[in-house]
Design a protein around this ligand. Structure first.
Ligand SMILES: *Cc1c(COP(=O)(O)O)cnc(C)c1O
Length: 228
């Protein structure tokens, strides 16, 4: 079941890339496995998933333990409390949801302890929704400049989660805005800051995100089915 769904998602990614003249190889699929039990996650790994996205530290640590033999990269995409940073650096290759300096400092400290350079994305709350994580646009550059000075942190790009819409086209302006922000930050040429990655697009809207430049799409429901 997971295998067929995954194949369907891969086809849609390829078609969306083709439709806008992008190389499908530029777009990586993050299979969002929050709340999905380890045995079903293993099915996805066996079917060729190479990146897992998790939202909760405790759940991720447990699954990582059960699935640590699989050749898979773990990404963190949920809200991260600063006091969990030391756990996060142990298992995650990329943390998509970094949105404040206190958290960046804790990640830097935790990464230094294990001799790691932690790759991160900065999450931007473009719609400035009170209920969502993410730095507001007005504070983005300052956060990036501050984080760029830390030895054990490597910024790779930006992430966003637009407000929920039934119509995926309604999300498109938010994806376009994230790309504009990325371009503007690139123009600043801040040392030690990479802007190659744009993490945007979920089950309901990933085709629009790909057309607007996504390099990482985070897809759960379309692969694993509705979460219970
Ligand atoms: C759950 C989640 C996703 C995946 O959502 P689906 O609609 O199930 O594809 C993507 N990104 C984040 C940050 C999430 O929390």
């Amino acid at each position: 079941m997971v295998t067929e769904r995954l194949e369907g998602v891969r086809t849609r990614i390829r078609e969306a890339a083709d439709a806008c003249g992008r190389d499908p190889g530029e777009i990586r699929l993050v299979a969002v496995s929050k709340t999905v039990p380890a045995d079903r996650v293993r099915e996805a790994i066996d079917a060729g998933v190479s990146i897992l996205g998790e939202n909760y530290i405790q759940e991720a640590l447990e699954k990582h333990h059960l699935l640590s033999d699989g050749a898979v990269s773990w990404h963190f995409i949920g809200h991260l409390q600063s006091n969990k940073a030391k756990h996060a650096v142990r298992i995650f290759d990329l943390i998509h949801s970094v949105d404040r300096l206190k958290l960046v400092r804790e990640l830097d400290k935790g990464a230094a302890k294990i001799d790691k350079v932690q790759k991160i994305l900065i999450q931007v709350n473009i719609a400035e929704e009170a209920t969502k994580s993410g730095v507001h646009e007005t504070d983005l550059l300052e956060l990036i400049k501050a984080a760029s000075g830390l030895d054990n942190i490597s910024i790779q790009g930006l992430m966003t989660m637009p407000p929920y819409f039934d119509d995926p086209e309604a999300a498109r302006p938010f994806f376009a805005e994230l790309r504009r922000l990325r371009d503007r930050i690139e123009d600043e040429k801040i040392p030690n800051v990479g802007m190659a990655e744009l993490s945007m697009g979920m089950t309901g809207d990933f085709e629009a995100a790909i057309q607007e430049g996504a390099t990482l799409v985070r897809i759960g429901t379309a692969i694993f089915g509705e979460r219970t």
